[in-house]
Design a protein around this ligand. Structure first.
Ligand SMILES: *[C@@H]1O[C@H](CO)[C@@H](O)[C@H](O)[C@H]1NC(C)=O
Ligand SMILES: *[C@@H]1O[C@H](CO)[C@@H](O)[C@H](O)[C@H]1NC(C)=O
Ligand SMILES: *[C@@H]1O[C@H](CO)[C@@H](O)[C@H](O)[C@H]1NC(C)=O
Ligand SMILES: *[C@@H]1O[C@H](CO)[C@@H](O)[C@H](O)[C@H]1NC(C)=O
Ligand SMILES: *[C@@H]1O[C@H](CO)[C@@H](O)[C@H](O)[C@H]1NC(C)=O
Ligand SMILES: *[C@@H]1O[C@H](CO)[C@@H](O)[C@H](O)[C@H]1NC(C)=O
Length: 466
């Protein structure tokens, strides 16, 4: 009896730990404000093809729920701002919705979060006061069917909930929102639900390019911004904005609430005023974001803290109003070809390709050090690759196999090429501050170099498959 109990206890603890230990994750938002998107069945296939395991939708559309059944993809579903009134008024509305719209598809369709309202502080009609009552009714409905521990209830916010976000340590909620935020934070803390935030360094840069550097917004900055109160160093705006939120929560003594980023991303096209909206910048932002998150880096105030992030958005959405950028946040065109390539694993294993361009995983390009770069730039880039870049540079140490020829260009080429092959062989992975050069012939100069790739083997790179 006691033993049986212990066994059950131990196995459920293990399950909990496994769940907890899955680390930081990357998902994608599946917005459908368009008239030319593929059917949900096709979208579910597309997600699986690209190893997308977490998808956020903005409603509980039955076709979408059905399409994702038995795919293993975890869904975050939503209740729109328009529905907050009925959900907040009567418990029976929440009960009926759960019974008719969700339970028939669960658990074949894995649903793990319900967002009740979206960015209510940005809503033209003042629905803020309805959010917490609606959240409570949804939670009660879940509790009645025993699902309140498996499906978390929260609500998403824009960074507009803060009245101050710089320096991060001075982060503070706008007191005008306290009337609904305070009870919401109590609800989240009590139910171990995350605070959900949509974060857009793109807008911060677009709206004040003189105060924000593009590199800082794109995770490409080589300099740091120091928070004078804490001494913490920030190399990117994403971390600074998340920490502003952590500090705002701490200032109100909510120390256990975790943050989840329910939207972030970068548009690939914009109006003339939005010159930073390019495919290159979008690829750079999202590639760096994924690496940053998957690596479990955390933020300066919360190093190593798990962070789950959703990229906005799966498709370009042609019916969104507003500036050109609004319709160009997608990773894919409606015909399912990719707008730019992106590796969701953050490790360079499965490079996303267009349907017409399924390139093999053969090594066909190399990245070497430019012989035009200055010695100092090369040395810095080499140090970065062998340090933060995680390249194993043992082989270029004295008396090791790749030490000869003993010169900076050869050593840097070894490190650059290893980094490049390990990180998806994308253009970005061969930038090294302008000191890297992509070549499509195995250059004689690096014939003797070895690629230590994902397989961990030591074949000469000319015949190596990564
Ligand atoms: C929104 O409504 C709440 C209460 O219903 C009120 O306290 C608050 O001031 C309103 N906010 C705005 C901006 O009108
Ligand atoms: C706080 O929110 C109110 C109501 O939305 C807004 O009018 C005000 O400008 C905000 N204050 C700051 C500092 O952002
Ligand atoms: C840049 O920052 C300064 C000082 O904080 C501020 O006065 C100015 O309005 C900002 N400029 C833009 C374009 O946001
Ligand atoms: C990955 O994590 C390590 C250790 O936490 C850190 O030093 C490194 O900068 C991180 N890399 C990226 C790309 O964030
Ligand atoms: C395939 O990918 C390569 C390298 O990224 C690119 O140069 C080429 O234009 C692509 N081909 C098609 C048909 O998209
Ligand atoms: C490269 O990949 C293609 C397609 O996967 C394969 O047919 C071919 O044999 C590979 N070439 C080498 C040299 O491995």
């Amino acid at each position: 009896m006691a033993r049986g109990f212990r066994l059950i206890f131990a196995s459920s603890l293990l399950l909990m730990l496994l769940d907890f230990c899955r680390g930081s994750t990357i998902g994608v938002c599946y917005g459908r404000n368009a008239d030319d998107l593929p059917t949900p069945d096709k979208v579910a296939q597309l997600a699986q093809l690209h190893d997308i395991k977490y998808v956020r939708i903005y409603d509980s559309n039955i076709q979408v729920l059905k399409a994702f059944s038995n795919t293993g993809v975890e869904l975050m579903i939503g209740i729109s701002n328009f529905d907050l009134l009925p959900f907040s008024q009567f418990q029976s509305n929440a009960d009926t919705w759960l019974k008719n719209s969700i339970l028939p598809y669960y658990p074949a369709t894995k649903i793990t979060y319900i967002t009740v309202g979206a960015e209510v502080t940005e809503s033209p009609s003042n629905v803020s006061a309805l959010v917490v009552p609606a959240m409570k009714n949804v939670l009660t409905a879940l509790r009645k069917v025993g699902l309140h521990k498996r499906i978390k209830v929260s609500s998403t916010h824009s960074l507009g909930v803060l009245s101050r976000s710089f320096p991060p340590s001075a982060g503070a909620f706008n007191s005008s929102h306290a009337f609904f935020l305070k009870p919401m934070l109590e609800f989240l803390a009590e139910n171990q639900s995350p605070f959900m935030i949509d974060i857009y360094p793109f807008y911060a840069y677009r709206d004040s390019p003189s105060n924000v550097s593009l590199d800082y917004a794109l995770f490409e900055s080589s300099s740091e911004v120091i928070d004078p109160n804490t001494g913490l160093l920030y190399t990117n705006m994403f971390d600074a904005q998340i920490d502003a939120l952590y500090f705002a929560l701490m200032a109100l003594n909510f120390r256990t609430i975790k943050i989840m980023v329910t939207e972030t991303g970068w548009p690939s096209k914009g109006s003339p005023k939005e010159s930073a909206a390019t495919p290159d910048n979008a690829q750079t932002f999202n590639t760096n974001l994924i690496r940053h998150v998957i690596n479990n880096t955390g933020t300066p105030a919360k190093p190593g803290q798990e962070l789950n992030v959703y990229i906005f958005s799966l498709f370009n959405e042609n019916r969104k109003p507003g500036l050109e950028s609004e319709r160009n946040w997608g990773l894919f065109y409606p015909d399912q070809t990719s707008v730019y390539s992106l590796d969701f694993t953050g490790k360079g294993a499965a490079v996303m390709t267009t349907a017409a361009n399924v390139t093999s995983s053969n090594v066909t390009t190399w990245c070497i050090a430019s012989n035009k770069a200055t010695e100092m730039d090369l040395q810095n880039a080499l140090d970065w690759a062998c340090g933060p870049g995680n390249v194993d540079c043992t082989a270029i140490q004295p008396s090791q196999p790749c030490y000869e020829p003993d010169n900076l260009v050869s050593h840097a080429s070894f490190a650059f090429n290893n980094y490049y092959q390990q990180n998806g062989a994308t253009d970005v992975a061969c930038s090294f501050g302008g000191t890297g050069v992509k070549v499509d012939k195995n250059p004689s100069g690096i014939n003797s170099l070895r690629v230590i790739g994902n397989l961990g083997d030591n074949q000469p790179d000319s015949s190596n498959r990564i």
